[in-house]
Design a binder for this molecule. Structure first.
Ligand SMILES: Cc1ncc(COP(=O)(O)O)c(C=O)c1O
Length: 448
């Protein structure tokens, strides 16, 4: 195996100081929810790659869709008034699947590019509509929206900014929603929501709602710690945004395409976003594709911008690649034909029941689960909400132990994130949780 110090790759989201002492995990093949490394060791991938391989690693229909699309038209772009039959059909199918909620689609090649694009469309719309001051974007602590300059500026995770001279000065930062960690002693969920929304309102009012183009938010924050909002949060936030005249952009790069049990993540919470950004699960990770779905107002504004500015000065070569589009169409069919919504409801029930058994460990402060997304929050004392000393890197060590036991999970500080393929069976969920249990207890038995 290669040594990371001499590896030819710059690894994303990797602490290269730590990895210099360790070997990278290099995967050779996958089958179902399992992957095998180049030395032949097998793992259950309970993170679905990087929150994206929603149908596991050997879906015959998606592979066939890609293979036949390659044979028909291996390359083309959605630009200069041209596109491919696959991307054109996919756009129609996505809009139909939204039940008419959205009226146009812009294709990108990744989630970051989708988020970057929607920011540019929002600014273009403000200029085209004669409200050029509307350029600020509301975003939450702990949020993650990608790594291009605009998208990274939205991040509420500070390591996205350090050393990069970010964020660019167009954001209004408001609180995250993390009841377990952030509520005051004795505070109820409703009181907590009231408090954070009062802060949210205050910060937006201070910036001037008339200067705000939109709020960009994940229905459930993924990389920020799998933060499942209490029931009252989204209805109250939607009322606040309505009241202030601020549209919502739902960033569903993780939450879309079945991850929360619905085709779109916003449907889980009854939201009505002005636009949605998707990627990852749109092709179940089998091909790179991102998209922005625009509601009527933004669609009209982009059209109005053409009157004012002429040619749309935005686009990309690979956005809506015909092979990726064909895979996305097969994935959309699979969602409808295979009863994904029901499957995810079953997955959610079994994940929740299984993970709750971990609460018997005093270091497990909270388990969170929504759809096929879950987290285990580790604490020195769970009941007292006393965190571990960060120097102990407990989360990282548990994730490393889990790997020894043949399980991939993601450590987000001392939160262990799980995002297993949506095809994970009840018995596979038990296997995942039993390996995780072993990893937690083995780590606590270590000296340091
Ligand atoms: C919510 C969210 N938005 C945007 C992105 C960026 O997507 P990509 O890695 O495809 O650029 C991610 C990636 O994890 C994400 O979780």
């Amino acid at each position: 195996m290669a040594d990371l110090a001499t590896a030819p790759l710059v690894y994303s989201f990797t602490d290269h100081r730590v990895y210099r002492r360790e070997s990278p995990l290099v995967i050779a093949e996958g089958d179902g929810i399992r992957i095998r490394d180049t030395a032949g060791k097998e793992y259950i991938d309970a993170l679905s790659g990087l929150w994206h391989a929603n149908l596991g690693f050997s879906d015959a229909e998606l592979i066939e869709a890609a293979t036949s699309a390659y044979a028909r038209l291996p390359a083309f772009a959605c630009a200069l008034g041209r596109s491919s039959a696959e991307s054109e059909s996919l756009a129609h199918e996505l809009l139909a699947a939204s039940g008419g909620h959205f009226t146009s689609v812009y294709f990108a090649a990744s989630g970051s590019e989708a988020v970057e694009s929607v920011l540019k469309f929002l600014w273009l719309a403000s200029n085209a509509n004669g409200t050029p001051s509307r350029k600020l974007v509301v975003t939450r602590d702990s949020g993650f929206h990608g790594t291009t300059l605009g998208a990274a500026s939205l991040a509420g995770i500070t390591n996205q900014h350090a050393g990069f001279d970010l964020p660019l000065p167009f954001t209004v930062r408001v609180p995250r929603v993390h009841f377990y960690r952030d509520h005051l002693d004795g505070e109820t969920e409703d009181e907590y929501i009231d408090r954070i929304l009062r802060t949210t309102r205050r910060r937006i009012v201070a910036a001037g709602p008339e200067n705000v183009a939109a709020m960009v938010a994940e229905p459930v924050m993924a990389a920020g710690g799998v933060l499942v909002p209490p029931d009252g949060y989204w209805p109250a936030m939607a009322r606040l945004l309505d009241d202030l005249g601020i549209p919502l952009v739902s960033d569903e790069v993780v939450c879309g395409f079945g991850r929360l049990g619905h085709l779109f993540g916003y449907q889980r919470f009854g939201l009505r976003p002005a636009a949605v950004t998707v990627a990852k699960g749109i092709t179940a990770g089998y091909a790179p594709l991102g998209a922005v779905l625009l509601g009527a107002d933004l669609t009209d504004s982009v059209a109005a911008a053409a009157e004012k500015y002429g040619v749309l000065g935005h686009g990309s070569t690979y956005g809506g690649h015909p092979v990726a589009a064909a895979v996305a169409r097969a994935n959309l069919r699979a969602f409808h034909e295979r009863g994904t919504q029901h499957r995810v409801a079953e997955l959610e029930a079994s994940l929740r029941a299984s993970l709750e058994s971990l609460l018997d460990l005093p270091v497990v402060g909270e388990v969170r689960c929504v759809g096929g997304l879950a987290a285990v929050e580790l604490m020195a004392d769970g009941a007292a909400r006393r965190p571990f000393d960060p120097e102990r890197r407990i989360g990282r060590r548990v994730a490393a132990r889990a790997r020894e036991f043949g399980l991939i999970v993601r450590d987000l500080g001392d939160v262990l994130a799980l995002c297993p393929p949506l095809i994970t069976s009840v018995s596979e969920v038990s296997e995942i949780v039993s390996r995780l249990h072993k990893a937690i207890t083995a780590t606590l038995e270590e000296k340091a």
